[in-house]
Design a protein around this ligand. Structure first.
Ligand code: DSN
Length: 414
């Protein structure tokens, strides 16, 4: 691997090699990460990166676009087939520009958007004040119910009636439960809002048929392609036929310039992989592992936000164990588990400290791990908490993580 970089730039090649070793040797539990196939990696490294192709297939501002047109057309066709969507725009560089495109296609700067608060599981681009979505628009937020830690749709309806947003945003980056799309659709219709659903986290589960789909309900669905979908880092927009013109115009020339054609081609490869029979099995195993991990942690006395999970992630409130999220993230890193600290609903700690961690199963499932390994991992987590401060015990636990990784090789072909 990396034979050309090794010859031309040994210094950078060492970085690439070290990162591959890190990915191979750690238990990757960041809920938004995954390991792409070698076919996706190869396509990302293809000569399509050399090509300028501003515009859309058959309507470009540059010559020589015949083959990138074919790649983009394949990506769009496959995205629509995968999600049973009417139309797709596969050009967003990221989930963030996908959301910016969707908002600005329907909403003028200064108008109101209503999304789930970041500290209750939402996302920066759903109206956080430091983000474009909070800077460009008047953003208001809904929260989860303090008792159930899930969305109370009746309360959301009352809030929407009061606020009358131009856009109602659904979707999250740390919400472990199913969404009631029908309720969101009804609320949007009642207050005359456009309903945009950001399915970035759950897209692979939707594609695999193990999570309800927002497509029949939302006016526009945005996503990334690198989380549960297991494709290249990038964004995606799916919409009804009547909205495509506005979406396309806003993404280019409204927001982006030349599309990343190597990434778009890699999205086509990803969608093709997701259309194969074995992808549903992968999605099913991601969710089964989420439930197995939740059960194993609950059995060891951990407190899970909302009491469990319907999808690929869980939020663990580690305060009852006497730790902050920041401390827990560092402790798990010490024993070979990568995760991220995360606020829990009504958190009294700052976002840099937090009271929780977010754990996800997509990457471990890609490595072939199953419920038995989830139980072993819950045991490592529990032991680490019990023996924090005991370097020998932590080193032994790190050894268990390394063994688990060795038993489930990553990129053995490299
Ligand atoms: N940063 C991503 C996540 O970790 O959920 C969302 O964009």
């Amino acid at each position: 691997m990396y034979e050309f970089v090794r010859k031309s730039d040994p210094e950078l090649a060492a970085v690439l090699t070290a990162e591959l070793a890190r990915q191979r040797g750690q238990l990757e539990m960041i809920a938004s990460e995954n390991f792409t196939s070698s076919a996706v990696l190869e396509t990302l490294g293809s000569t399509l990166t050399n090509k300028y192709a501003e515009g859309y297939p058959n309507k470009r501002y540059y010559g020589g676009c015949v083959h990138v047109d074919e790649a983009e057309t394949l990506a769009k066709r496959r995205a629509c087939a995968l999600f049973d969507a009417e139309r797709a725009n596969v050009q967003p560089h990221s989930g963030s520009t996908a959301n910016m495109t969707a908002y600005l296609a329907f909403c003028k700067p200064g108008e109101k958007i209503l999304g789930l608060s970041l500290s209750h599981g939402g996302h920066l681009t759903h109206g956080h004040p430091v983000n474009f979505s909070g800077l460009f628009f008047e953003a208001v937020h809904y929260e989860v119910d303090p008792q159930t830690e899930t969305i109370d749709y009746d309360r959301l309806r009352d809030q929407a009636r009061r606020e009358k947003p131009r856009i109602l945003v659904g979707g999250a980056s740390a919400y472990p439960r199913f969404w009631d799309y029908a309720a969101l659709r009804e609320i949007a219709d009642e207050v005359g809002a456009v309903f945009i659903f950001d399915m970035a986290h759950i897209a692979g589960l939707v594609a695999g048929g193990v999570h309800p789909s927002p497509i029949p309900y939302a006016d526009v669905v945005t996503s990334t392609t690198h989380k549960t979908l297991r494709g290249p880092r990038g964004g995606l927009i799916l919409c009804r036929k009547q909205h495509l013109k506005a979406i396309n115009k806003m993404n280019f020339p409204g927001i982006q310039g030349g599309p990343l054609m190597h990434v778009i081609a890699a999205k086509a490869v990803c969608f093709h992989e997701c259309l194969q029979d074995d992808f549903s099995d992968y999605a099913r195993r991601v969710v089964a592992n989420g439930k197995a991990l939740a059960d194993a942690l609950l059995a060891r006395g951990f407190r899970l936000v909302s009491g469990g999970t319907d999808n690929h992630l869980l939020l663990v409130n580690v305060k009852p164990k006497g730790l902050t999220g920041k401390e827990m993230e560092a402790l798990l890193e010490r024993v070979g588990i990568t995760c991220n600290k995360n606020t829990v609903p009504f958190d009294e700690e700052s976002p840099f400290v937090t009271s929780g961690i977010r754990l996800g199963t997509p990457a471990l499932t890609t490595r072939g791990m199953g419920p038995a390994q989830m139980d072993q991992i819950a045991a490592i987590i529990d032991e680490a908490v019990q023996h924090r401060g005991d370097e020998d015990a932590l080193e032994k636990l790190r050894g268990v993580s390394v063994e688990l990784c060795a038993d489930h090789p990553l990129y053995p072909e490299f």
